[in-house]
Write a protein that binds this ligand. Structure first.
Ligand code: DCP
Ligand code: MG
Length: 362
């Protein structure tokens, strides 16, 4: 690295939704708390958004079915997430971030990258900065977070997870590769439910195993992900903190009179909406990581659901229709005719050379 080595802090709130609810209701602090609709009231549907540490100790985790969680912890308190509240908290946290730097890339409500290479306080030691930020968030909002500090985003993110809760972890460049090698493969961002078993089947259990694989091998087995991981495990990640990324979204919706009554009609409608959406995205030279589907039935029951992926969605209507159908399939819809359909792309970024999907692997 050159003289101007970047200093990036990744901030991640601890057990976010659960912590906010425990903050606001002391009774919840001493019980296992699960953020999900009570499976008794949904007939067993629903997934866990998060859980407090007490519930996690029994094996409860994000994305598991609420029913399964209830089996693990029968006496847990179930609470329906209050997104509006978390959004407000997120705003307050960001207000604090802005005292340090404006170079902030939000990843989710509770997670952001900050480029503090040159910051508003003129503090050169990023550990001092991160610690100060954590203390301020605690003092003003009564919430804890963990921070990871490094010269690139990938390692900063891994570092924030390394010592949770209330951790500050700095990984200097000289130790980066040792650190990466020592980490379990599941902690590499981009390796999820689908890829983890594939990695394990190839005996890649940690960073060290990953490091030992050739670029060709990783490309062959994992395509673009493999291409990236080959570099990440070598401490290479030049992606900038995209702080100027516009957070707006682009969406298309339509009302149907008479309402839609079968899958064929729905598919046709989605096709039209996706084509319109792609036209605008292409005109604006944008692509997005989150697709939102909105559906309203004749009783005016409205559901929106989003699906975020690590890579940008291709600006191709056929692809987006497949994703939209996938989202629809996960919704527990009443069997009523559909009055309105909408699809929206958010998490937008300009289409640039760096973030375009490599055509080689499509
Ligand atoms: N979330 C969700 N569904 C998931 C994962 C997360 O709804 N599958 C929500 C609930 C979390 C919040 O997003 O509180 C932040 O996600 P994190 O992965 O950062 O998890 P937590 O903040 O809850 O826990 P941790 O302390 O591990 O960061
Ligand atoms: Mg978190």
């Amino acid at each position: 690295m050159g003289l101007e080595q970047r200093q990036i802090i990744h901030v991640d709130m601890d057990a976010f939704y659960a912590q906010v609810e425990m903050r606001d209701n002391p009774k919840l602090r001493t019980v296992p708390l699960i953020l999900a609709k009570d499976p008794l009231k949904t007939g067993g549907r629903g997934v866990v958004a998060t859980a407090n540490y007490l519930a996690r100790r029994s094996g409860v985790h994000s994305a598991m079915s609420a029913q399964e969680a209830k089996k693990l912890v029968p006496n847990a308190v179930f609470l329906t997430p209050n997104f509006e509240k978390y959004k407000q908290v997120s705003k307050a946290v960001h207000k604090i971030f802005h005292e340090y730097t404006d170079m902030i890339e939000p990843i989710a409500f509770d997670e952001a990258y900050l480029d503090v290479t040159s910051n508003k306080l003129g503090i050169h030691n990023p550990v001092v900065l991160a610690h100060r930020m954590q203390q301020e968030i605690w003092a003003k909002l009564n919430l804890t977070c963990s921070t990871g500090i490094s010269y690139n985003k990938f390692i900063a993110k891994m570092a924030s997870e390394y010592n949770k809760p209330v951790g500050v972890t700095i990984i200097h460049e000289a130790y980066a590769i040792d650190f990466l090698k020592s980490q379990p493969i599941s902690s590499f961002r981009g390796i999820g439910k689908k890829t983890l078993p594939q990695m394990q089947a190839l005996n890649i259990l940690n960073g060290s195993d990953l490091y030992d694989k050739s670029e060709e091998f990783l490309l062959q087995h994992f395509g673009k992900l493999g291409y990236n991981l080959y570099r990440r495990v070598r401490g290479i990640d030049n992606r900038p903190v995209e702080w100027q990324r516009e957070r707006k979204s682009i969406g298309k919706e339509a009302t149907f009179i008479p309402p839609l009554t079968n899958n064929g009609q729905i598919k046709k409608a989605l096709n039209k909406l996706a084509t319109e959406l792609v036209n605008v995205l292409q005109r604006e030279q944008l692509h997005g990581q989150t697709l939102v589907v909105k559906i309203r039935d004749v009783e005016f029951a409205t559901i929106t659901k989003r699906l975020t992926q690590v890579d940008f969605y291709p600006n191709k209507s056929t692809e987006l229709v497949i994703v939209a159908e996938k989202i629809l399939a996960t919704l527990a819809l009443e069997e009523r005719p559909i009055r309105l359909l909408g699809i929206t792309m958010t998490g937008l970024a300009p289409v640039t050379f760096e973030n375009i999907n490599l055509p080689l692997f499509e």
